[in-house]
Design a protein around this ligand. Structure first.
Ligand SMILES: Cc1ncc(COP(=O)(O)O)c(C=O)c1O
Length: 310
């Protein structure tokens, strides 16, 4: 193994060896958490998921995640089988069973369920959806903040929305996995993906931003995941007089950026050290640091607001 790291590197936590996992209402030890080989998620990647974080007993930006989750499920006629309160109950029960309160990351996954035959047609899933919740103790590794991530531009692009819309947080992530493999083969940690027109778009697992002369740029959003963190960063910039643009730009402007960073629920904002072997900026990242602080405050406000609403 080389010293490759990913935006999802977390500090090692032995407690994760014995976590309990939610599977369709049962909460069982991870070794006993199983789904059928006939499950649509396993067989076809036919399912949707959300990655969320628990801080001080509160699921951060829960409504934003649920908006995306229910929109995605509706768009592929996947009946969640419960409302948001039901999802919250399942999350709360799983957190309680694991005695988890803060610095927790969860992957909430819903598939079309078990099929009666090993074929593609959605109507072969007849026994309702499969809901799985994996929660882990999780603190992003500090090294990511100091070292930053190395990106390589990859041949795999994010496609047009009429093929497989990048806004689906689907179980099938093959497009992203191929991009990640290409980046790894190029000696980088994560792949920087272009859109079908050659403009800089997103990475295989996060959204992508650059900073030029104090202004924050990101793609138009037409070909990338509608990241909750991406939107929060844009909103924070707008609210705090940091110029922000959602626009087309090319590698030319990315290579010459003063700063670059990735966004995602897992790591919040992760600095980019280099793209295609070219160092980004001079290692000073004042705008990224300011946005990180604003984002931390926003999470604190969200915790307060959600706690007060209970
Ligand atoms: C491909 C991709 N891009 C970006 C993100 C970041 O989205 P969010 O900020 O909602 O975590 C994710 C997370 O699921 C993702 O899978």
């Amino acid at each position: 193994m080389t010293d490759t790291h990913t935006t999802h590197d977390a500090l090692e936590d032995a407690r994760n060896h014995d976590i309990k996992i939610y599977v369709n209402g049962d909460i069982v030890h991870r070794d006993d958490a199983k789904v059928s080989v006939y499950d649509s998620g396993f067989m076809l990647g036919d399912g949707m998921w959300e990655g969320m974080r628990l801080y001080d007993g509160v699921w951060s930006f829960f409504d934003d995640h649920m908006d995306r989750f229910y929109d995605s499920c509706k768009a592929v006629s996947l009946d969640v089988g419960m409302d948001r309160a039901g999802i919250m109950e399942a999350l709360t029960a799983t957190a309680r069973a694991n005695d988890m309160h803060t610095d927790v990351h969860c992957r909430l996954m819903l598939t079309r369920g078990v099929k009666v035959k090993p074929f593609q047609h959605p109507s072969l899933s007849r026994s309702g959806p499969t809901l799985v919740i994996i929660m882990e103790h999780s603190k992003p590794a500090d090294a990511l903040q100091s070292k930053g991530i190395r990106l390589a531009t990859v041949p795999q692009v994010r496609g047009l929305p009429m093929s497989q819309d990048a806004k689906y947080n689907s179980h099938s992530k093959l497009n992203c996995v191929i991009a990640c493999l290409q980046a790894e083969q190029a000696g980088a940690d994560e792949g920087l993906m272009l859109d079908p027109h050659g403009f800089v778009n997103t990475t295989n697992a996060c959204n992508f931003f650059i900073v030029r002369k104090g202004a924050v740029w990101t793609s138009t959003g037409d070909y990338c995941m509608n990241g909750v963190t991406r939107q929060k960063v844009i909103d924070l910039c707008r609210a705090n007089d940091i110029p922000v643009f959602e626009k087309n730009y090319s590698l030319y402007e990315a290579y010459g950026a003063d700063e670059a960073f990735l966004t995602g629920t897992f790591g919040a904002q992760t600095p980019v050290a280099e793209i295609d072997g070219k160092p980004i900026g001079d290692g000073h990242r004042p705008v990224t640091a300011r946005i990180r602080e604003l984002y931390k405050d926003l999470i604190a406000q969200d915790i307060q607001a959600q706690s007060a609403a209970v």
